[in-house]
Design a protein around this ligand. Structure first.
Ligand code: PEP
Ligand code: MN
Length: 345
């Protein structure tokens, strides 16, 4: 960290800044230039980040050298992390292909969709049991019954399952049924929930909030990592834009940026990002091309009767074509779609 002093800073003020730095157990390196004096702080930057050094008289600016997310940063862990979701490895060249309906609706439908996406090569089954809906009047999910239906469908076809947890009090029961816990966009900064999922050892799919910066996303990941759970997969699912031609704005640059800042895997969700089945396949492929470690796509066998997000669901045939193209594209980059871990029964 570098502390830049105001041009008129007095010797007493400079001395005071040094005292404060040293009181934190860090070393201060004073450097007096012709116009400006700077103090280089040597030691654990996190200790200083919590201190309001900028409030000290005579200080013009405090410039961090390291990012505020320590555990999530590439400096902390230069090799890409690989997250194991009950045998499906995400990261380090292996891609997640997560597919399923927005919401778990009933067991027959869940099983039918699971069979189709599994046959296409999806490796993790998704389905929401607790739905965070914008409207309190919209379908809120089947709750615990939905968890059981999802898990049974996953077991029937040989796939691990991911589902969203919206309430910190539900973390244990969702973790009991699911192989991976999803923290949705609307909860990305629910710090109590992040702390609770961080206390489990379950893999977490952390979606970027719709108005969250990349730094915000990595700081939310840091909450989970700092609780002792290293199994975090990030997800770019579109941020709010001004154009209504797509539901959100798929920020593919953020995927490339995250790859340069963090060791954590990151996948793309073109379903919630665009809301348009006609362009979801192209956007999924673009995500892989830009370096994503997988995709997350909503699939439904009857979009017009879906209880949530029907208009953005891919039909199973369209998903099948997409899965094939993803495998071909991944091979070009020397990557591959991870295999579903269990036999297809
Ligand atoms: C979902 O995955 O169904 C969902 C609600 O996603 P998001 O949190 O990205 O809106
Ligand atoms: Mn959805």
């Amino acid at each position: 960290m570098i502390i830049i002093l105001k041009s008129g800073a007095t010797d007493d003020q400079i001395e005071h800044v040094i005292e404060r730095v040293e009181a934190l157990g860090l070393r201060a390196h004073l450097s007096r230039g012709t116009f400006r004096t700077v103090i280089g702080v040597i030691g654990d930057e996190v200790k200083v980040q919590a201190e309001p050094l900028r409030a000290i008289a005579g200080v013009a600016e405090v410039v961090p050298v390291l990012p505020p997310y320590k555990l999530a940063s590439l400096e902390a862990h230069p090799a890409p992390s690989v997250v194991d979701v009950s045998g499906v490895h995400i990261g380090g060249g292996q891609l997640a292909l997560i597919a399923g309906p927005c919401a778990v609706e009933d067991s027959d439908r869940m099983l039918a969709i699971a069979r189709r996406v599994r046959a296409s090569g999806a490796n993790i089954l998704r389905g929401g049991a607790f739905k965070p809906r914008t409207s309190p009047y919209a379908f809120q999910g089947l709750g615990e019954e939905g968890l059981r239906i999802l898990r049974d469908a996953g077991q029937a076809v040989g796939m691990p399952v991911v589902t969203e947890v919206t309430d910190p009090r539900d973390v244990d029961r969702v973790a009991f049924h699911a192989d991976m816990l999803q923290v949705g966009a609307r909860n990305m900064q629910n710090f109590v929930l992040l702390t609770e999922v961080g206390r489990t050892q379950k893999p977490v799919l952390l979606k970027r909030g719709m108005s969250a910066t990349v730094t915000d996303l990595l700081m939310s990941a840091e909450y989970i990592l700092s609780q002792g759970n290293p199994r975090v997969v990030l997800c770019e699912r579109g941020v709010r834009g001004f154009d209504t031609v797509t539901r959100n704005l798929l920020d593919l640059a953020s995927v490339a940026v995250v790859k340069r800042l963090s060791h954590l895997p990151i996948i793309v969700d073109p379903s919630h990002a665009t809301g348009r089945p006609d362009i979801i396949p192209d956007c999924a492929l673009a995500g892989i091309a830009v370096g994503a470690d997988g995709v997350h796509v909503e699939v439904h066998d009857c979009p017009e009767c879906a209880k949530s997000d029907g208009p953005q669901a891919l039909l199973p045939d369209a998903f099948d074509t997409l899965a094939d193209r993803i495998r071909q594209l991944a091979a070009l980059f020397g990557r591959s779609v991870a295999k579903a871990p269990w036999a297809n029964v």
